[in-house]
Design a protein around this ligand. Structure first.
Ligand SMILES: [Zn+2]
Length: 287
């Protein structure tokens, strides 16, 4: 068994600017991929070979996993072994700058995550359907984000991309040459519209709410860096109406309850309890 010691006191994340952007350099290895190295602190970023980069990346993953596993005991994992009752099906972009910790401090067993380029329903329809129809999550949320490379690509000329990438960009229906944030918003609204149509029965019955949001790590909304901005609630896109909706008003004032899942006390609603035990026949309907 590999046993790695923690030597991450002097670590630094070294990233090339091109790592997070849409690239068409197929087959060309990019240099210095997100390698954590103490050497960079002492001497500044230095060129390292691809094999050294790869070893460092795998080493970092194993070290981080070791720290994660060591900080939790069997009791933490036991509820996860028993099964899953996630609270939400979440469709985000695959972008490395978008992660669950921005939405949920203890996502284990909590969020049914679907990730693809452009946070789309069409390219992961089975996964989304599984979350809604089999796991019965009361919430389906599509999360777009600042500076989305998929949106940038879809609004430009991507004819030179591979067939498989083109196929996943073809389903992003936005105008060519548009501004990125406008494209991000339009795409999120399109995803919500598609989900409202696909899951019309669940939405109409009050068993599913569909939210569209933008994770804004560049503060383009002016609400603060890293804020999640809800721009669509079951097809409603008027910000004032969304803000004054019963769902959001109640959500902000909701008091935490003790969860049965891993991660201990936190706010949670189990879909089965909400559907079967609530006096409100449409607990998740809008407005
Ligand atoms: Zn993206």
């Amino acid at each position: 068994m590999i046993k790695l010691h923690h030597t991450l006191i002097l670590t630094l994340l070294v990233m090339t600017p091109g790592l997070a952007s849409a690239s068409t350099d197929h087959g060309k290895p990019a240099a210095n991929h997100a390698v954590k190295t103490s050497q960079a602190v002492v001497n500044g970023p230095v060129p390292i070979s691809e094999s050294e980069q790869l070893k460092a990346i795998v080493g970092n993953l194993l070290q981080d996993n070791e720290a994660f596993a060591d900080s939790r005991n069997e009791a933490y994992f036991r509820p996860l072994i028993a099964g899953q009752t996630p609270r939400a099906t979440v469709v985000t972009c695959s972008d490395s700058r978008v992660h669950t910790h921005a939405l949920d401090s203890t996502p284990d067993g909590d969020l049914f995550m679907v990730r693809n380029i452009g946070n789309q329903l069409a390219t992961a329809e089975g996964s989304v359907e599984y979350g809604v129809h089999h796991l019965h999550t009361p919430l389906l949320i599509f999360v777009g984000h600042s500076s989305c490379g998929a949106i940038k690509a879809a609004s430009g000329d991507y004819r030179k991309e591979s067939k498989t990438i083109r196929r996943e960009l073809d389903t992003i229906k936005i105008p060519k040459g548009g501004e990125n944030l406008a494209g991000v918003k339009l795409n999120v609204n399109n995803q919500v519209a598609g989900a409202m149509k696909k899951f019309a029965h669940e939405v109409k019955g009050g068993h599913l709410t569909v939210i569209g949001a933008v994770y804004d790590f560049s503060n383009e909304f002016g609400k603060g860096y890293g804020r999640l901005n809800i721009i669509n609630l079951n097809g409603e896109t008027d910000s004032a109406r969304i803000a004054s909706s019963r769902l959001l008003s109640d959500a902000i004032e909701a008091k935490p309850v003790v969860s049965q899942k891993a991660g201990a006390a936190r706010t949670t609603v189990k879909p089965q309890a909400a559907a079967a035990g609530s006096s409100d026949p449409h607990p998740y309907s809008y407005p």
